[in-house]
Every structure is written in structure tokens, then in C-alpha cells.
Write a protein that binds this ligand. Structure first.
Ligand code: PAF
Length: 279
């Protein structure tokens, strides 16, 4: 496996690979890799000749300095996992490489980046769009892989690719869960044993809501039940629970696979998100 910290030699390497006609899959990550990420690597390996995994904790997408500081950084373990998973290239740049000068560029995606995560993490998606644009320009992959856990992020990146005409095929890979149902996330590493147990409440809330909606309950009492379930744990603070259509992320009205339940909240100091398609 090749490891690059700088853009220039990575570009030279990839240009040579492209000249040989090789397709390239990009898996953008912030490191602290788990089985969810490895699933992205597996998908990319199946569909491309070469897989590049970027590991970069992007400061411009954090609106909370404490969250940025506490974000787990485990490059040595990540490298071992990626070697074992058969990844071909790691790109792990420093901040000075990705932001040689402070960026003045901001993205505004209207409704899409003002709701849900966008409402609670102002500026987050602008930072995501910025760093993903940089990564797309540096790697120029054939395909790029993202997890369905970050559903809204995938919508934002789809919008970005369409608007800026990136010639890249986007792929969304299903959520990987622990046996407890907890969605895998790098942030789970920050939960203690007790909190890891509490954190399953988000998935249980989604399952409860899906069941109630399928039984014909309307969203208002369902939302109340989800709130009560989350509030039954003192360490859990629900931030939002919404039911929207998967195309425009507008409030959903009828049960269909074109609708999705999204939830976010804190367990102790750690912010988690999860979602479930309603069908
Ligand atoms: O999903 C993530 O880990 C990040 O938001 C991404 C896409 C790597 C951009 O920093």
C-alpha cells in the first residue's frame, strides 16, 4: 500500500495509474476507521482497479472546537486496517496541505443545508462541500463512496457533483450496525461502557417510529413517544427526530420507501446520528 501526505506526488502516482486505464475509487474518511468504513473499501475494491482512502479530520466542517479537538485520531490502527482490507492508497494530508491559505469559499445549498444537521451544525455542510471538492479535484476518482448513515451529507454531495459537474459516480453504502443495533461511527469510541448501552436508544427509536407509522399512527404522537423513550435515559439528549422524503428532505406524509426517519442527539458529550428508510 502507498501512503501519501502530499498532493503533488499523489497526483503524479494517480496520473500514471489513469494512463494505464485503471479506474479509481475514492473513500473519503476522517479516520478512526470501523467496519462501516471497511464496507466502503470493500465496495470500492469490487468496482474499481484502485482504491484510495483519504484520512483527514477537516476543521472547516466542525462548528464546535471541542468536537474537533476530541475527534479520535488513530492513524496507525487505520493504516493497519486498510492494509488488511486491501486498500491501495492512503492520502493523509496535514492541514497546511489542504488549506495552504484560509479558505474564503462558502457553499449555500438552500433548504438542503439549513435543516436537520444543517440547523444544528451551522456551516457544517459548507465545510464538507469544500473539502470534498478539494478531494475530488486532487484524486479525480471514477467513483466515490459514502456511508448512508450520513444521509443528508450524501444528498449535499450529490447536489455538489451535479452543480459543479464533477465527472464522478457517487455510491451510497448501507449502514453497518453493532449487534446491539448501534450504527457504527468513529464517535462511538468516545462513549464509555454505560453510554454505549444508552446509545442504542436512537436505533430503537427509529424502529419504534417505523412500526407505529406502519400501523397508521401520525407523526405527532410518534414524535412524542420517541421523545419520551429518549428522555427515559438521563444521559441522552434528543436534538431532532424527523420524517422526510428522500428526494427533497421535505416533511413526509405517507409511508413509502421514498421516506426516511432521521434522528440526532447526544449521549453524554458525544453527538450521534442515525436513520432508517420507512417501507
Ligand atoms: O463523512 C465524513 O467522514 C466526512 O464528512 C467526509 C466526507 C470525509 C468529509 O470530511
Amino acid at each position: 500500500m502507498e501512503i501519501f501526505n502530499e498532493i503533488k506526488p499523489l497526483r503524479a502516482f494517480l496520473t500514471a495509474q489513469k494512463k494505464l486505464g485503471r479506474s479509481i475509487g475514492l473513500v473519503p474518511t476522517m479516520g478512526a476507521l470501523h467496519h462501516g468504513h471497511l464496507e466502503l473499501i470493500r465496495s470500492s475494491r469490487k468496482e474499481n482497479d484502485l482504491t484510495v482512502c483519504s484520512i483527514y479530520v477537516n476543521p472547516t466542517q466542525f462548528n464546535n472546537a471541542n468536537d474537533l479537538e476530541k475527534y479520535p485520531r488513530t492513524l496507525a490502527t487505520d493504516t493497519a486496517l486498510l492494509t488488511e482490507a486491501g486498500c491501495d492508497v492512503i492520502f493523509a494530508p496535514a492541514n497546511t496541505e489542504m488549506y495552504a491559505s484560509p479558505s474564503q469559499l462558502h457553499f449555500d445549498m438552500g433548504h438542503l443545508d439549513k435543516i436537520l444537521e444543517g440547523e444544528f451544525r451551522p456551516g457544517h455542510f459548507s465545510g464538507v462541500a469544500l473539502v470534498v471538492s478539494k478531494l475530488f479535484n486532487i484524486v479525480a476518482p471514477t467513483r466515490a463512496y459514502f456511508g448512508q448513515k450520513d444521509f443528508q451529507q450524501y444528498k449535499v454531495i450529490t447536489h455538489l457533483v451535479n452543480e459543479l459537474m464533477f465527472d464522478i459516480e457517487l455510491k451510497s453504502v448501507p449502514i453497518v450496525r453493532e449487534a446491539s443495533g448501534l450504527a457504527m461511527s468513529s464517535r462511538n469510541q468516545r462513549l464509555n461502557h454505560e453510554e454505549t448501552g444508552y446509545a442504542t436508544v436512537f436505533y430503537r427509536s427509529l424502529l419504534l417510529a417505523k412500526d407505529l407509522l406502519n400501523k397508521g399512527e401520525s407523526i405527532i404522537p410518534v414524535r412524542e413517544k420517541v421523545k419520551q423513550l429518549c428522555e427515559s435515559f438521563p444521559a441522552v439528549r434528543l436534538e431532532y427526530f424527523e420524517w422526510v422524503d428522500t428526494v427533497n428532505l421535505k416533511p413526509a406524509e405517507n409511508v413509502s420507501s421514498q421516506t426516511i426517519l432521521l434522528i440526532a442527539g447526544y449521549v453524554g458529550e458525544v453527538r450521534l446520528i442515525d436513520n432508517l428508510i420507512v417501507e
